[in-house]
Structure formats: C-alpha cells, structure tokens
Design a protein around this ligand. Structure first.
Ligand code: SAH
Ligand code: DHB
Ligand code: MG
Length: 224
C-alpha cells in the first residue's frame, strides 16, 4: 500500500467501518438520503461518527450542542450516546439542510432527543447566552470554519465545568499552517488553535486524521 494514496486511506476506512460498525448502525441510508436531496458529502466518516459517539459516552454527556448539522449524520451518532434523559441541540443555517436532517433524525427514532434549530449559529448562540437557561457538557463544532474562534468564545459561555469541546476540520490538508492558504478554512483553524493555546480555561490537543475524508484533524479541548 502507498502511504500517501488517499484511495488506500478510503479502503482502510471501509474495512474498519465494516468490521467495527454493524450494518444496521452504519447509517448508509442517511448518506443516500442526503445525496438524493443534493446535500454535499462533507459529513464526518462512519468511523469518525462512532468515535464522536464513544467520546460522548465516555464523557457521560447529557446535554450535547452541535454547530453545523448538514443532514444530521454526526447528530445521530452523537445522540446515540445520550442516556434516556439526555438531549442534543443542533444548529444549522440552511433550512433545506435542517429539513433533511429532521427527517433523518426522525427515521433514526431520535426526534424526541434532538432539537434542530434553523438559523445562523451565531444568533442561536447569542440567544442561548442571553436566555441563561441552557448549558452543555459536550459541544461538537463543525460549521463555517472562519467562525471557529468566535464559536469557541460563545461556546465557553454555555459550557459547564468539565465540559468537552470537539472541533472538526482543524487541519484542512495542512492549510492550518499556511500563511496564505488556498483553502481559507485553514485560517479559521489557525485562529482557533491560537485562541485555544492562549486560553487558560481549557487544556487541549489536536490529532491529524487520514481516511475517506482526506487529510484533516480534530481538536479536543477540556474545561479545566
Ligand atoms: N456535522 C455534519 C457536517 C456539517 S457540514 C456531519 O458531520 O454530518 C457544515 C454545516 O454547517 C453545513 O450544513 C452548513 O450549512 C452549516 N453552516 C455553515 N455556516 C453556518 C452558520 N453560520 N450557522 C449555522 N450553520 C452553518
Ligand atoms: C467542509 C466542511 C466540513 O465540515 C467537512 O468535514 C469537510 C469539508 C467544507 O465546507 O468544505
Ligand atoms: Mg466537518
């Protein structure tokens, strides 16, 4: 196998997903539904979705916040980690994405656990901060990458002590360290890493990934 061949990374992801995730759990039907509704294939991969579920379960998360729903693929994985009294709020800008996600979440039997809120995540976060009623013990950020540092600041106002924060797409095929990246999301990722590095309220790491989604990475922060 060629270590720098993305085709090989994808084949390994397929093998791992087939081995470690049962057919009924893999959510291929969600991806098919998203595709037939014209949504882009920018969901997390199946093995990454299951990792999110396991992290939420290990953190014993009861109140999960997601920023960037798309068709609800990562939402369903995260919601599967919730105990019966647990709840997930997911924020999505595009009404078409939110509607497709709502449909998928209902088909997955999770409609009672998940609240899809359509609108700009910045507005929804501001409303939650002002409302002072909602707080979260696990947050997954996966929306517009340019807003990551701002999302971090807002999420910190909604996060409980000991909360876990997870950010997707913080490497963007290396763009995170380029000064003038072709992929502008690299600048957003860089701003987030620098903001987190300078913030004593959290301790964090980031891990690069390869797989069916190319070369990217997750940042995980824990409130100290
Ligand atoms: N978490 C999903 C993928 C999300 S893709 C999964 O892994 O299955 C990113 C999503 O963020 C898109 O649906 C996009 O419409 C949404 N988004 C972009 N900017 C946003 C904003 N300002 N507020 C809320 N959602 C936004
Ligand atoms: C994009 C967004 C994502 O959340 C992702 O995982 C991959 C790509 C994008 O906007 O291109
Ligand atoms: Mg992503």
């Amino acid at each position: 196998m060629d270590p720098v061949d993305p085709q090989g990374w994808s084949e390994v992801d397929d093998f791992l997903a087939e081995q470690l995730i049962g057919d009924a759990d893999r959510l291929d039907w969600v991806l098919a539904h998203n595709h037939s509704n014209g949504l882009p294939s920018i969901d997390v991969s199946a093995v990454q979705g299951k990792m999110l579920m396991l992290l939420a379960r290990m953190a014993r998360a009861k109140r999960i916040l997601e920023i960037g729903t798309l068709g609800g693929f990562s939402t369903i994985w995260l919601a599967r980690a919730l105990p019966p009294e647990g709840r997930l709020v997911t924020l999505e800008l595009k009404s078409h994405h939110a509607a497709v996600a709502q449909d998928n979440i209902a088909k997955a039997g999770l409609a009672d656990f998940v609240d899809v809120r359509q609108g700009n995540a910045n507005d929804s976060l501001n409303a939650m901060i002002e409302g002072k009623k909602e707080s979260f013990d696990l947050v997954f950020v996966d929306a517009d990458k340019g807003g990551y540092a701002d999302y971090f600041e807002k999420v910190m106002q909604l996060a409980e002590p000991g909360a876990t924060l997870i950010f997707d797409n913080v490497v963007r095929h290396g763009a995170v360290i380029e000064d003038a990246p072709k992929d502008k999301s690299g600048l957003g990722a860089r701003g987030l890493v620098e903001a987190i590095a300078a913030d004593e309220r959290v301790t964090a790491t980031a891990v690069q990934t390869v797989g069916s989604k190319g070369w990217d990475g997750f940042l995980i922060a824990h409130l100290v």
